[in-house]
Design a protein around this ligand. Structure first.
Ligand code: SAM
Length: 329
């Protein structure tokens, strides 16, 4: 960091060690005050920090940033949809991310494609199509969409049941042994309570569709919103559901590239050409952030302290064409 000149970085996106595991190579304490002061020096006037974290260290870092006169902008929850700590009593299925700005800039309004935002939640999509059916006159095309979705839902359900019967444990074809044991246990014994509690009213839509009134302006507005969301996407939300995109991970805490793209989209300066925007990650790990930066056609700077992760991360970045981010160890 010392080698870099003042105010050259637009976004610092970091996932520092959470510092709650003892004697692990991932968890090396660092001079926190010095680190965040350096971040302040390196950021442009309206530069942002996007910071992953958990527990005590995370709250301490948030306070340091506040003391350094950064402006708190938002807290984002990453809904991982799977549990990364099966041994804990409360299954942890989320990570927390803070967004701070050095100046007064705001978070960008970002649209996420409809299907991505719905995360293949077939029930929710069926709900939207039914809503549209309630307001449109000729619904033949929607009927066929609905038929398709409902048969898909039935097939998914059947496929899941077949999976139960042919448990990969019994056929001995399980590559991810631990994961399969967890799946089988959850089918038999239920799930541990999770750190994100989702409450879903059953049959919500059936009730709603029974009372839908074509002339009511509330329903019309709702349908316009559905049509707009399908064609233009939906606003990004403070809870981002993003599944793992890396099944042969380089790093134990590797983050999905698409999650990082969605986070960066919220804070990159929209007035600057992409190729002039600089994003830095000082705890690079597997270099997921640099892959996101590359995909978004921006410039990147990254560091990783550990030789093994540095080499693997470098190999990953070297495979991306054309090469852009600069890596330091
Ligand atoms: C949580 S991981 C980052 C994972 C990364 N986001 C990814 O997607 O692969 C934190 C990284 O910081 C590195 N690290 C740990 N302590 C450090 C320290 N004191 N200074 C610099 N880097 C450190 C670790 O080697 C580890 O790779």
């Amino acid at each position: 960091m010392k080698r870099l000149p003042d105010e050259i970085i637009d976004v610092i996106c970091i996932d520092p060690p959470y510092l709650y595991l003892k004697n692990q190579k991932l968890e090396r304490p660092f001079d926190e005050h010095k680190f965040f002061s350096e971040c302040r020096r390196l950021l442009t006037k309206n530069g942002f920090i996007v910071m992953f974290g958990r527990g005590e260290s995370f709250y301490r870092w948030n306070t340091i940033l506040s003391d350094l006169k950064f402006t708190f902008k938002e807290e984002i929850i990453w809904n991982k949809s799977h549990c990364t700590s099966p041994l804990m009593n409360l299954s942890r299925v989320h990570e927390t991310i803070s967004i701070f700005c050095k100046g007064k800039a705001g978070i960008n309004k970002v649209k996420v494609p409809y299907l991505e935002m719905k995360s293949n939640d077939i029930d929710s999509i069926i709900g939207d199509v039914k809503r549209l059916k309630g307001i449109l006159k000729n619904t033949k095309s929607l009927d066929s969409v609905l038929d398709f979705l409902e048969s898909r839902k039935r097939n998914d359900f059947k496929a899941n049941k077949t999976m139960d019967n042919k448990s990969s444990l019994r056929t001995g074809k399980c590559n991810e042994g631990d994961r399969c044991v967890t799946v089988v246990n959850s089918l038999v014994n239920g799930y541990n309570e999770k750190s994100i509690i989702q409450y879903q009213k059953t049959n919500t839509f059936t009730k709603h569709s029974a009372t839908i009134n074509i002339n009511s302006s509330g329903d019309t507005d709702r349908c316009v919103k559905v049509i707009n969301s399908i064609s233009k996407g939906l606003n990004e939300k403070t809870i981002i559901k993003q599944v793992r995109d890396h099944y042969s991970a380089i790093h134990p805490t590797q983050k999905p590239v698409r999650l990082l793209e969605r986070l960066l989209a919220l804070v990159i300066p929209e007035s600057k050409p992409r190729e002039e925007i600089v994003v830095a990650d000082f705890f690079g790990g597997s270099m997921s952030c640099m892959e996101a930066v590359h995909n978004m056609e921006m410039k990147g700077i990254a560091c990783e302290i550990d030789q093994e992760y540095f080499e693997k991360g470098k190999e990953r970045i070297n495979k991306l064409q054309p090469l852009q981010p600069e890596l330091f160890r």
